[in-house]
Design a protein around this ligand. Structure first.
Ligand code: DC
Length: 229
């Protein structure tokens, strides 16, 4: 289903952690011949900088300065985004638990978000992108051609996260509690909380396989492409 049309779509996929956004976004992008951009990786990269520089996660001005002074790049490779901070590959490091927690904390600040949103718009404005995150359909691309809000039952999301992390030997209870806390923070923060855009298609993946989710989204993409012909 490669899209060879002159103006390619902007596809936004938002939702909480563990709903399956990253895998779906990357598979969809590959099928369409689009670029997959993980906006969360940018917040994670900034969080890592804050950890390295011992900056407070509550100090908005310091975090903004850190963002402005860092070069945070998403290098698109097949199967995900390689994340470079000042040319150093931090792709694996930013997935660790301390960074996950810190990313959720640094992302509450409006000025940090404004900076991120501006970069993300620049990256996606030409179209041909599947961008995933928490505020893509509401803030980054409110006019996206297709908006998906991918959700799943919290118990299932916790289980999926645990399955991903088990190899690393993370304690189950602590991981589940962290995910719940992060989720709560992402949904209740004042600046761009995680909510489905009014015109988003809400997909609940609790009882759907990855293939089934992908199939449903592909149908929606086909409809959007057909509407433009
Ligand atoms: O998608 P992720 O788990 O890698 O995101 C890490 C954190 O970054 C998440 O807890 C909230 C924040 N985030 C955000 O506020 N807005 C986005 N568009 C993407 C992520």
């Amino acid at each position: 289903m490669t899209d060879s049309s002159p103006r390619k779509l902007i596809i936004a996929i938002d939702g909480p952690a563990g709903a399956g956004k990253s895998t779906i976004a990357s598979r969809l992008a590959r099928k369409l011949g689009y670029v997959n951009l993980e906006s969360g990786a940018m917040y994670r990269a900034l969080a890592l900088r804050a950890i390295e520089w011992d900056a407070s996660f509550d100090d908005e001005a310091a975090l903004l300065k850190l963002a402005e002074d860092s070069s945070i790049t998403l290098d698109r490779t097949i199967g995900g985004n390689r994340v470079l901070v000042n040319k150093k590959d931090v792709s694996a490091r930013i997935r660790e638990r301390d960074v996950s927690e810190a990313a959720s904390r640094v992302s509450v600040h409006p000025k940090v978000r404004e900076w991120m949103v501006a970069r993300q718009r620049e990256m996606g404005i030409g179209g041909g992108v599947v961008m995933e995150g928490r505020d893509i359909g509401t803030k980054v691309f409110p006019d996206a051609d297709l908006k998906i809000f991918l959700d799943a039952d919290p118990v299932i999301r916790e289980q999926r996260r645990l399955d991903q992390q088990r190899v690393k030997g993370a304690p189950a209870e602590a991981m589940a509690a962290e995910l719940r806390e992060r989720d709560h923070r992402d949904r209740t923060r004042a600046a761009s909380p995680l909510v489905a855009a009014e015109d988003a298609v809400v997909l609940d993946s609790t009882h759907l396989s990855e293939d089934e989710v992908l199939e449903r989204i592909e149908k929606l993409v086909e409809q959007r492409l057909a509407a433009r012909r």
